[in-house]
Design a protein around this ligand. Structure first.
Ligand code: ZN
Length: 130
């Protein structure tokens, strides 16, 4: 397993980690299989979406804020329940098919680390498996 560090800059942020996942895949030498990307945090997640237009990241965050309001009577005493809920909606892992040593992402797709309770230092685990 490989680990990449992500330093987020804002409370909520989608960080494009595609290039870093590709680097780890290259150094793994895996030519064919599955690449798992896993986020070991309860207030962050990972998703695949459009990387060409940065407005898409903002639209995703705006929509999540609408679905998960800050103003609900949350019970979790730490005060970051919206971040926990958003993390569960987005999910903790993605997988991408590896073919010819490359990630089989679509032309417009990128892999995004999703921060919901930053800024923080975060980790992402990557495992390539045949
Ligand atoms: Zn919490």
């Amino acid at each position: 397993m490989r680990t990449i560090e992500v330093k987020t800059q804002a409370r909520e942020e989608l960080v494009d980690i595609t290039a870093r996942v590709k680097e780890e895949l290259m150094s793994s030498g895996m030519k064919s299989g599955i690449c798992y990307v896993y986020v070991p945090h309860t207030t962050a997640g990972v998703t695949i979406n459009e990387s060409a237009d940065p407005s898409v990241k903002e639209d995703i965050l705006m929509t999540l804020r609408k679905i998960v309001p800050d103003s609900l009577p949350y019970r979790h005493s730490e005060g970051n329940s919206p971040a926990h809920v958003k993390a569960s909606l987005i999910g903790s892992s993605i997988k991408v098919i590896i073919e010819n040593g490359q990630l089989s992402l679509g032309t417009w797709q990128g892999i995004f680390f999703c921060e919901f309770d930053g800024p923080r230092s975060r980790r992402v685990f990557i495992k390539a498996s045949s």
